[in-house]
Each structure stands twice: as structure tokens, then as C-alpha cells.
Design a protein around this ligand. Structure first.
Ligand code: GLA
Length: 380
């Protein structure tokens, strides 16, 4: 009998990636975001062992399984292969918070492309987090689970991300966009978010996600620099965070032109999130959100300077082919774009964007339709 058959009950979970409809680089400024979960997810199969060893493996990394005593996870971090730091960071964080973790096995199978701006790493952390909760720490609520997944990525992996991706993966529900007020969510034990119905097909629309094939890495410098610039702008303005600024006229007190542009992006982006949320909440035609999506991209390109020539070219091609709105998604420096299109225009937009990307040397771009999928949890 194999070790697996001896174990008491294999269970399964999954955690999705996300696209953010609008609200980039606002989460770590205590602002607003509006993501949906996407149908691409990380699946986890897990069970308990009677010893104290934590075992993780990945179908995508068949030669890099890891097996370590739970108490050694923190000390052994530098020896752990980089993919495994995400789930082991989650286990370590449960332990650090006083949850008793013993023998455990988790096998991951990821379908969210890495480096595509679709939160593959948060999906991996969240798949591990829901699995560890169900196997070892049933009393942990969703808010703590989001904190655990984020802490794993921030502290164990060393990527200074905000809360957007983990909150989206855990809290999103099928058929809804998640309107999250990051400050309110962090400050209270309940509330701070709202599920807004999001069904594009009902109005003859599709949301295309086009992964350009230009990959990024948030443990790298650009993301970290933007966070530091936002913190510096808030300090100069004498506020806790850029969330406290509602009116861009207040930014004229910033003498540094770079900090001014960074702050202008955050302030205008928060306003765009609130406006898009209000339109969707009121049941407006989602086409009306198109100009706001376009403005969001232009602001990320010109003020926040996290777009790339490749992302800009893809967005321009989507708009020229008839998209109502198109923008880069996620942290930037590569990754994916979204395009809001009439169903009848979807094939044309996809072709034109892929042709433009191929002309720039990116021949492996992938397009799929994003419908608002369920958040993380057990699967049968
Ligand atoms: C990355 C980070 C998120 C968020 C976005 C930009 O995806 O992980 O926390 O800051 O970039 O909106």
C-alpha cells in the first residue's frame, strides 16, 4: 500500500487567478480595487500524515518536490526551490501565528500562467492557504487567510505585493466583481467589500484577456520602487496614504515631478474605480466603462510608468480593432491586457492584437475570455 493510500482522505481545493477591471497600484495606497476571479486556477490535492513532515510538489515542477519538518521551514527558506516558497511560506505563516501544523502533503497543479499579471503566485498561496486551513486550522476566517497568504508572499518569498490578489482569490464570487475598499477592509472585522453583479454576456459583451508573453517579476525592482515613491509622496503631503487625497489640486504641493505623477495616477485611479463600480452597481451598459478603462491604461503608461511598448502596442491594436476599452492589468512591466469587446468583434480584436504582438516578436500570446469565476475553496 502506498503512503498516499494509507493516509486518511485525500481532499481537493482550488484558488483562481484574477483580472482587475480597474484599480492598479491603489491597494498598497489604502485605496479601491475592482477585480474578478478568472476561470484559470491552481488546484491542490492534500492530506494529513501522521509524522511532522510537510511535503509539497507541483505537477509543473516534477523534479522539485520538497519535504521538511514543519518547525524547520523558516530556517531552511533559502534552500527551498523558488516555486515551493509560496506554499511553504503559507505553512510557515500558519505556524508563526501559533497554529499547530503537523504532517501534511500538498500536490499542486497550476493553470494560471506565471508572470502574466494574472496572479499565479497569489493563486498558489491561496490554494495552499485554503488547504492548510481545512486540514489543520479550521477556525481561521477569510480575513486572516488573506493576511496569511499575503504574508507568505511578502515575507517568505520576498515579493512586496499588496492585498489585491489574495483578497480577489479568496473573496470573489461567481458572476460578480469584487469592489474592495482596502482601508475599510483592513480596519474592521466585517465589511469593506461588496459583490457587484458582473455578467457581460447578458449585454452582448466579452472581456478578453490577452497574455502578451512578455513576463514580469514582482520581486524585481520596479514594483518596489513605485511603492516607495507613493510612500514618499504621502509623506511630503503629510497624509497617512495617498488614499487621503481626493482632489488632484492638492497635489500641487508636491514639488518633485516624478512623485507628482505617481500620486496623480493613484488619486485619479481611485476615482475611476469608484465610478466604474457605481456604473455597474446601477446596472448601466458596461460599454460606458470603456473610456475609464482606457484612461486607466493611459495613466499607468504616462504617470505611473509601469507599462511597456509591448503592452501599449497590444492595447492600441485592441482599441483600433473596436474594443470599447482596453488596458494593461496587474503590476505592469509585462503581462496581460484586457479588452472589453462586443461578442461579434471578439475574433477580430484577438487577431489584430496577436498580429501586432507577433510583429514585435511575441508569437506565443494567448487569449481567453474572462468570466467572473468563483473564489478559492474545496472542490469535489
Ligand atoms: C500586483 C500586486 C498587487 C497590486 C497590483 C497592481 O499584482 O501583487 O498587490 O499592487 O500589482 O495593482
Amino acid at each position: 500500500m502506498t503512503e498516499r493510500e494509507e493516509s486518511t482522505g485525500v481532499r481537493r481545493w482550488s484558488a483562481p487567478g484574477r483580472v482587475n477591471l480597474i484599480g492598479e497600484h491603489t491597494d498598497y495606497n489604502d485605496g479601491f480595487v475592482l477585480p474578478i476571479a478568472i476561470p484559470l486556477a491552481v488546484a491542490c490535492e492534500g492530506f494529513r500524515h501522521t509524522d511532522d513532515l510537510v511535503r509539497v510538489s507541483s505537477r509543473q515542477r516534477p523534479h522539485e518536490p520538497v519535504r521538511l519538518p514543519a518547525r524547520a521551514l523558516a530556517a531552511e527558506r533559502d534552500l527551498v526551490p523558488s516555486w515551493a516558497r509560496y506554499p511553504l511560506g503559507v505553512v510557515a505563516e500558519f505556524g508563526r501565528r501559533g497554529h499547530r501544523i503537523e504532517g501534511l502533503e500538498m500536490v499542486f497543479d497550476g493553470a494560471v500562467p506565471a508572470g502574466a499579471g494574472l496572479s499565479s503566485s497569489a493563486a498558489l498561496c491561496c490554494a495552499a492557504a485554503v488547504a492548510v486551513r481545512d486540514l489543520c486550522a479550521a477556525a481561521v476566517g477569510d480575513r486572516e487567510l488573506i493576511d496569511i497568504a499575503r504574508a507568505a508572499e511578502n515575507d517568505y518569498v520576498g515579493a512586496p505585493t499588496g492585498i489585491l490578489d489574495h483578497a480577489a482569490s479568496i473573496l470573489c464570487t461567481e458572476g460578480h466583481a469584487l469592489f474592495l475598499d482596502v482601508r475599510a477592509f483592513g480596519a474592521a472585522e466585517t465589511g469593506g467589500f461588496e459583490q457587484i453583479p458582473f455578467d457581460l454576456a447578458a449585454t452582448g459583451l466579452r472581456l478578453l484577456v490577452i497574455d502578451t508573453g512578455q513576463t514580469h517579476d514582482h520581486a524585481a525592482g520596479g514594483y518596489r520602487t513605485r511603492r516607495a515613491e507613493c510612500a514618499a509622496a504621502a509623506r511630503s503631503l503629510g497624509v497617512d496614504s495617498l488614499r487621503d487625497i481626493d482632489d488632484i489640486d492638492e497635489l500641487s504641493r508636491l514639488s518633485d515631478p516624478v512623485l507628482y505623477r505617481r500620486a496623480r495616477h493613484v488619486v485619479t485611479e481611485n476615482e475611476r474605480v469608484r465610478t466604474v463600480a457605481a456604473l455597474l452597481r446601477a446596472g448601466a451598459d458596461p460599454r460606458e466603462t470603456g473610456p475609464l478603462l482606457n484612461a486607466g491604461h493611459d495613466s499607468l503608461r504616462d504617470d505611473f510608468e509601469v507599462s511597456t511598448d509591448v503592452l501599449d502596442a497590444a492595447v492600441a491594436a485592441a482599441r483600433a480593432a473596436g474594443a470599447h476599452g482596453s488596458r494593461m492589468v496587474g503590476g505592469g512591466f509585462g503581462g496581460s491586457i484586457i479588452a472589453l469587446v462586443d461578442i461579434g468583434a471578439a475574433a477580430r480584436v484577438q487577431d489584430e492584437v496577436q498580429k501586432r504582438l507577433a510583429s514585435k516578436g511575441f508569437r506565443d500570446s494567448r487569449t481567453f475570455e474572462a468570466v467572473a469565476a468563483p473564489g478559492a475553496g474545496p472542490i469535489e
